[in-house]
Design a protein around this ligand. Structure first.
Ligand SMILES: CC(C)(COP(=O)(O)OP(=O)(O)OC[C@H]1O[C@@H](n2cnc3c(N)ncnc32)[C@H](O)[C@@H]1OP(=O)(O)O)[C@@H](O)C(=O)NCCC(=O)NCCS
Length: 223
């Protein structure tokens, strides 16, 4: 599997990515800020996204947004193709997009709004902490993105203090120790290759057969 900073060669996947974002939101019955083809195309062309592929097939995606004149960064639109879920792909993509964000905007606070446990877990491992909404960007444009969400009325009723999403924030100044891992390019690459190794092991036919036999509860790790 390849996990790369986006470039024009990934534009062929835009429609599939947009469709999967929409379909997944429908299936979950949750809200989602709508992303147009044009918007995703721009993110990919500008190298402000991370794309995972395997043998030419699209596997996963996430992109960077900046708010409050670059004081805040969000890693948004995380999506993994259904056939590749529960194999550690989102963890790899988030690690890569987090590192890209730290390199491009070293002083920015990085935040996310999510209802998903998987994303909460990944964010926690990266050093994000849960916060109230007033700690996030107050950029109107960001909050306007919630207008397409089915829960927008709740957000407004709560005067934008909270809603169904959990807010999580990474503050660079508070993470000097955790960042030892992420600040070093070499260590980061080592971590990525370890994760990729884990991914390969998890998805080898041999491992999958053993897992099926030994523990059905862990079948989410199987192909
Ligand atoms: C959410 C999503 C990105 C997770 O991708 P993934 O590649 O399956 O995630 P990973 O395999 O890297 O799992 C990361 C962690 O979350 C856990 N996890 C994965 N899916 C989960 C789920 N549906 N519920 C609870 N935990 C989950 C994993 O067990 C793992 O935890 P661990 O590190 O303690 O083992 C994927 O399911 C998806 O694309 N969903 C639809 C879109 C979406 O919800 N995006 C997030 C919007 S905020």
């Amino acid at each position: 599997m390849e996990i790369e900073i986006s470039s024009c060669k990934h534009l062929m996947y835009v429609s599939e990515i947009q469709q999967e974002m929409y379909d997944s939101a429908q299936r979950r019955g949750t809200g989602i800020a709508k992303r147009s083809i044009e918007y995703l195309t721009q993110k990919i062309s500008d190298g402000n996204a991370v794309v995972a592929t395997e043998n030419g097939e699209w596997v996963g995606f996430c992109y960077i947004e900046t708010w409050s004149h670059g004081q805040f960064v969000a890693n948004s639109g995380l999506i993994v193709s259904p056939n590749f879920r529960n194999k550690g792909v989102a963890t790899l993509i988030k690690n890569k997009v987090f590192q890209l964000s730290r390199n491009k905007y070293p002083d920015a606070k990085i935040f996310g709004l999510t209802t998903g446990l998987a994303v909460m877990k990944i964010n926690s491992d990266l050093g994000y902490k849960p916060v109230i909404y007033s700690e996030l960007t107050q950029d109107e444009e960001f909050w306007n993105g919630c207008k397409n969400c089915v829960n927008y009325e709740i957000l407004i009723k709560k005067e934008r203090k909270n809603c169904l999403c959990t807010a999580m924030l990474f503050v660079p100044q508070n993470n000097k120790v955790n960042e030892a891992v992420n600040q070093s390019e070499n260590e980061f690459n080592h971590k990525i290759s370890q994760e990729e190794h884990k991914y390969t092991i998890q998805n080898s036919p041999e491992t999958n057969n053993n897992k099926k036999e030994t523990d059905e509860k862990e079948s989410h790790l199987s192909v």
